[in-house]
Design a binder for this molecule. Structure first.
Ligand SMILES: O=C(O)COP(=O)(O)O
Ligand SMILES: [Mg+2]
Length: 234
């Protein structure tokens, strides 16, 4: 655990907002299967999980745009919109078969839930997809809100998703923290006025230490103790 800056927490937060892809779940293999099915329908060759992982983080429309661009057939305007529409049912067919919970995800959520902390997921993934994944892994009952990229006009790193989640939880930004894996998570947390915690092992292309988070954890297994320790020094 490394703190790059003192997290401004005098007490445990009233709410914790979690990113989904690369933070609570390792969904890159499913997302890759969806991308490759879409590309195959356009007679384009598949990409590796590593290659697709680098395209994830800014929502499904950007994923589709990046996949076609990387295939040497960039799409814009109506053609891109049509490809995104075509991707929607494909994406929904590849949500959980190859995905796993990240280490400590269930345990961390359960521990915070038991402590009475309100929990939400704020993800750039489409909302319906996010809900289905969380249902599959049996996490929905611990969550006070699930907000997805298509629920707002500006995805992370804009603050909109986090503010919507906080509104649903009825918690002020000053009483909450954001936990994620990438630049968009830190950006959205800064924009919404929340401390940002990053967890290693997600889908960032830039080392997490370089993203300006208040705290970096090796895994979600460390998170409950890390927050407790920060409270004790605050
Ligand atoms: O679907 C994406 O692009 C990323 O989703 P995330 O915000 O949960 O990381
Ligand atoms: Mg993520």
């Amino acid at each position: 655990m490394t703190a790059s800056r003192a997290i401004p927490l005098a007490s445990m937060p009233k709410a914790i907002l979690f990113d989904l892809d690369g933070t609570l779940i390792d969904s890159a293999p499913d997302i890759t299967a969806a991308v490759n099915e879409l590309l195959a329908a356009h007679r384009l060759p598949p990409f590796s999980v590593e290659k697709v992982t680098a395209m994830v983080g800014d929502g499904m429309p950007r994923l589709v745009e990046r996949a076609f661009a990387a295939s040497g057939t960039p799409l814009v305007g109506k053609a891109l919109e049509e490809a995104v529409d075509e991707m929607t049912p494909i994406y929904l067919r590849h949500l959980t078969g190859r995905s796993r919970l990240m280490p400590g995800a269930r345990e961390a959520l359960a521990q915070f839930h038991m402590m009475g902390i309100a929990l939400a997921v704020a993800t750039n993934k489409p909302q319906r997809a996010a809900r289905e994944v969380l249902l599959h892994f049996g996490l929905v009952d611990m969550l006070g809100a699930i907000v997805g990229g298509d629920a707002v006009s500006h995805k992370k790193p804009a603050p909109d998703l986090l503010l919507l989640a906080l509104e649903k939880l009825r918690v002020d930004a000053g009483d909450a923290i954001m936990v994620g894996d990438s630049k968009a998570d830190v950006g959205s947390a800064r924009a919404a006025g929340l401390p940002a915690v990053l967890v290693r092992g997600g889908y960032t292309q830039v080392p997490v230490e370089e993203l300006g988070a208040d705290l970096v954890c090796n895994s979600l297994l460390e998170l409950p103790a890390a927050l407790q320790a920060l409270r004790e020094v605050a």
